[in-house]
Design a protein around this ligand. Structure first.
Ligand code: IMP
Length: 443
C-alpha cells in the first residue's frame, strides 16, 4: 500500500485536476480533504473539457472510489448539479462511486448572503472570494454553529440546528438590511436534500482505514493552493480551509503516517485570482500575453487570473510547509517562444534580501522581487514523450528551478491531454508506476 498526497504549491489553478486524473489509475481511492465548490479542477479527455468543483478528479476512471472528507463544506445543490452533469456525460457519480463524510459541513442559504455583506463591507480591502458561501460555512464550523452532513439523518436534529443557527444570525441579518430567514422553509429544503444525500454518507475515516488495511492505495487530493491556506497562506487574502499537507490528515481522519509521499503541482509561472499581494505580478502586455496563451480564466467564476513570473521564494516555501518530495511542473509550453524568462530568486525588502517567504502580507506587498533571467526555448514542448525529447534550454531551465526550490521535478505536463505528459523521475515509482499509468490512460 502506498498513498500519495497531491496539492498545489502556489495560489491554486496549478493544474492539479489533470495530474490527479492522470495518476488515478495507480490508486483505488481519490480523497479530497478541504474546500468546497470554490475549486475548479479542469480535466481534458480526448478533446472534451470536464470541470469538477466538489467531486474528486478521479471520478472519470470507473472503479475508483471518490471520497469527500469532513474537511470540506458542501452545498447540496452544487453537489447534485455536478453529479447530475457527470451522469449526463456517462460518468457514474452515484453512491457506489462517491462517499461523503458525515462530518462535512453544509453550506446553508445564509452563508452566501452574509459573505456578500462582509465582502461589501471590506470595500477596497475585499478578499475577492468566489462568493459561494465557503468562508461563512467555515466560520460557523469554528463557531460551533454548523450543520453537518450527518445531521441530515435525523430530521429532528436538523430542524433544531437550523432554528438555532437562524436565531443566532437574526441580529446580523437585521443590521445588514437582509431579509429575515425563514427556518421552516430552510428546514423543508434541507430535509429534501437529506433523502438524496443520505445514501452517499459514510464514516470516511473508518472507510479509508478499512480499505487501507486491505492494501488499497489512496491519492489525497488538495484544492486551492499552499498560498491560499488559512494558516500558511497570504492571510487574510486566503481561503478558509487548510489546503496544505496537514489538512489531509484532519480533513479525512487519517494518521499522518498514512501519507507516504507528497507531490507538489507547480505552474512554470504564477497566477492568482482575487485580491492580495503578488510580488512577481506582471501588469503589462507580457502578463496579458501569458493569460491569453495559458487560458488563465477562472474555472469556477470565469474571472481573469492575474499572471506573473515564476516565484522560487514562494515555491521553496511551499515545499517546506508541505514536506514536498517531488514537483509536477505544469504549463511550461505557455512560455515557449517568449524569449528569456525571468525567475524570481529572492525579495528585496527595505534594503535587505529575503530568501524566505514572509508570512505578513504588508511585507509581501512591499517586497521587490530579484530576478535571474534564463534562456527561453523557441520551440513547442508538445509531443515530447521522454525526457530526452525536451529542448535543451527547457531542461536547463528546469534544473535551475530545481536548485532554487531545492526539490526535483518528477513530471512535466506539456499540454492539457493525459498523453501530453513526460515522466522525468522514475523515483516516483516507489508510489506511482508510470508504466501502469501510461497503460491505463492509453499513452
Ligand atoms: P473563497 O475560497 O471563495 O473564500 O475565496 C478566497 C480566495 O481564494 C479568493 O482570492 C479566491 O479567488 C481564492 N480561491 C478560492 N478557490 C480557488 C481556486 O480553486 N483557485 C484559485 N483561487 C481560488
Amino acid at each position: 500500500m502506498a498513498n500519495l498526497l497531491v496539492l498545489g504549491t502556489q495560489w491554486g489553478d496549478e493544474g492539479k485536476g489533470k495530474i490527479v486524473d492522470l495518476l488515478t489509475p495507480a490508486f483505488d481511492i481519490v480523497a479530497r480533504y478541504q474546500g468546497g465548490h470554490n475549486a475548479g479542477h479542469t480535466v481534458w479527455v480526448r478533446g472534451r473539457k470536464i470541470v469538477l468543483h466538489l467531486i474528486p478528479s478521479g471520478i472519470l476512471h470507473p472503479g475508483t472510489l471518490c471520497v469527500i472528507g469532513n474537511g470540506l463544506v458542501i452545498a447540496p445543490a452544487a453537489f447534485f448539479k455536478e453529479t447530475g452533469d457527470l451522469e449526463g456525460q456517462g460518468v457514474g457519480a452515484g453512491p457506489d462511486r462517491v462517499a461523503v463524510s458525515r462530518g462535512a459541513h453544509l453550506i446553508m442559504p445564509w452563508h452566501p448572503l452574509s459573505e456578500k455583506v462582509s465582502e461589501d463591507r471590506r470595500g477596497d480591502k475585499r478578499i475577492g472570494t468566489t462568493c459561494r458561501g465557503i468562508g461563512p460555512a467555515y466560520e460557523d464550523k469554528a463557531a460551533r454553529l454548523g450543520v453537518r452532513a450527518g445531521d441530515l439523518t435525523d430530521l429532528g436534529v436538523l430542524r433544531e440546528k437550523i432554528v438555532d443557527a437562524v436565531a443566532a444570525k437574526a441580529s446580523l441579518f437585521r443590521a445588514s438590511g437582509l431579509p429575515a430567514l425563514d427556518p421552516e422553509a430552510i428546514y423543508r429544503e434541507y430535509a429534501g436534500w437529506a433523502e438524496k444525500l443520505g445514501p452517499y454518507l459514510r464514516d470516511v475515516s473508518e472507510l479509508l482505514d478499512e480499505r487501507m488495511k486491505l492494501g488499497q492505495n489512496v491519492l489525497f487530493e488538495g484544492a486551492q493552493g499552499t498560498l491560499l491556506d488559512l494558516d500558511h497562506g497570504t492571510y487574510p487574502y486566503v481561503t478558509s480551509s487548510s489546503s496544505t499537507a496537514g489538512g489531509a490528515a484532519t480533513g479525512l481522519g487519517v494518521g499522518p503516517r498514512m501519507i507516504h509521499g507528497v507531490l507538489g503541482i507547480t505552474k512554470a509561472y504564477t497566477t492568482r485570482v482575487g485580491s492580495g499581494p503578488f510580488p512577481t505580478e506582471l501588469s503589462d502586455e507580457m502578463g496579458r500575453t501569458i493569460a491569453k496563451r495559458g487560458d488563465e480564466f477562472g474555472a469556477t467564476t470565469g474571472r481573469a487570473r492575474r499572471c506573473g513570473w515564476f516565484d522560487a521564494v514562494a515555491v521553496r516555501y511551499a515545499c517546506r510547509v508541505n514536506g514536498i518530495d517531488r514537483i509536477a511542473l505544469t504549463k511550461p509550453d505557455v512560455l515557449a517562444g517568449l524569449g528569456d524568462i525571468p525567475v524570481c530568486t529572492g525579495y528585496r525588502y527595505r534594503g535587505q534580501v529575503l530568501r524566505s517567504f514572509p508570512s505578513e502580507p504588508w511585507i509581501l506587498k512591499e517586497v521587490i522581487p530579484e530576478y535571474r533571467s534564463l534562456p527561453g526555448w523557441p520551440g513547442s514542448l508538445h509531443g515530447a514523450a521522454e525526457p530526452e525529447a525536451l529542448p535543451r534550454a527547457f531542461a536547463d531551465y528546469m534544473r535551475v528551478l530545481e536548485d532554487l526550490i531545492e526539490t526535483k521535478v518528477a513530471i512535466v505536463s506539456t499540454g492539457v491531454e493525459r498523453g501530453e505528459t513526460v515522466f522525468i523521475d522514475e523515483e516516483l515509482r516507489g508510489i506511482v508506476d508510470p508504466a501502469k499509468v501510461r497503460a491505463a490512460v492509453g499513452v
